[in-house]
Design a protein around this ligand. Structure first.
Ligand SMILES: [Zn+2]
Length: 272
């Protein structure tokens, strides 16, 4: 198979960042941001890199353990969509995350398409809880994903958080990871793009949640992000229809309904 990529990305808790940047307090405490003034859409990026996290963050948080061959097929289908980054698995102990126990088989089994990166996550749980973004960047972490893993953030929070983090870390090293638990994900992503972020995590068909935020569900769906970006004239290089097909495949395989509004609207028309 060749060498297995080492940890390339750290997922930071948005809530933790909010706590550590005292200007906003606990996002769960009902502190509402001030209304954002109406402005034109300023300087959106021409290209946005989508980081597909479905096979890892998504399946890791599904209740059912997905068979290895289904995971491999999903990743192979996603590799055909134009996505340039697909997180494939997580090298964590099977004791803690049984859904990822087959990480080695998955890495070995997929067809690695040239030009596509297949990072794996090797979380350092202690580091995850203690480190803050500046420290991570100082440690040589090239991309720091700011995760709203329970989906409570709003565009107002996002703007404030980014303003704060951007004082310490160059924009080029930042990505956002939004959950749609409260229906805010696309708005939050759009806000991040307006502030210069051009790397967005998303999960095909909205698979999964986040193990560090108990009860949280709803990674933003890749299909919905691409649909929005297409509508903004932003290039992603990704074929939306092919992503929807991959989403359909995995939903059928694990017997669940897609969380992508775009896929629901596209596939369920006229179906009982
Ligand atoms: Zn997530």
């Amino acid at each position: 198979m060749g060498n297995v990529p080492s940890a390339v990305k750290h997922c930071l808790s948005y809530q933790q960042l909010l706590r550590e940047h005292l200007w906003i307090g606990d996002p769960g405490a009902g502190v509402l941001p001030a209304p954002v003034q109406a402005t034109q859409l300023p300087g959106l990026p021409e290209y946005v890199k989508i980081v597909e996290v479905g096979p890892r963050d998504g399946l890791q948080n599904e209740k059912t353990i997905v068979p290895t061959n289904i995971k491999i097929e999903l990743i192979n289908q996603l590799s055909q969509t134009g996505l340039s980054v697909i997180e494939v698995t997580s090298f964590v102990s099977a004791k803690w995350v049984p859904q990822m126990a087959d990480h080695t088989e998955v890495m070995k089994g997929i067809d690695q398409r040239p030009g596509v990166h297949y990072p794996v996550l090797t979380p350092n749980l202690q580091g995850f809880h203690r480190a803050v973004s500046k420290k991570l960047y100082g440690m040589g972490c090239y991309e720091i994903s700011l995760g709203d893993t329970i989906g409570v953030g709003t565009p107002g929070n996002m703007k404030k958080m980014l303003e704060s983090v951007m004082k310490e870390i160059p924009l080029s090293a930042l990505a956002v990871h939004c959950h749609d638990t409260y229906g805010q994900a696309l708005a939050n992503i759009l806000t991040a793009l307006q502030m210069g972020i051009s790397v967005v995590d998303s999960s095909v068909s909205g698979l999964g949640g986040c193990p560090y935020a108990k009860g949280a569900t709803g990674n933003v769906a890749t299909e919905d992000v691409i649909y929005m970006l297409n509508g903004l004239g932003i290039n992603t290089g990704v074929n939306l229809y092919k992503v929807m097909e991959a989403g359909n495949f995995i939903c059928m395989a694990v017997n669940k309904t897609t969380n992508s509004k775009v896929a629901q609207a596209s596939f369920n028309v006229g179906i009982e």
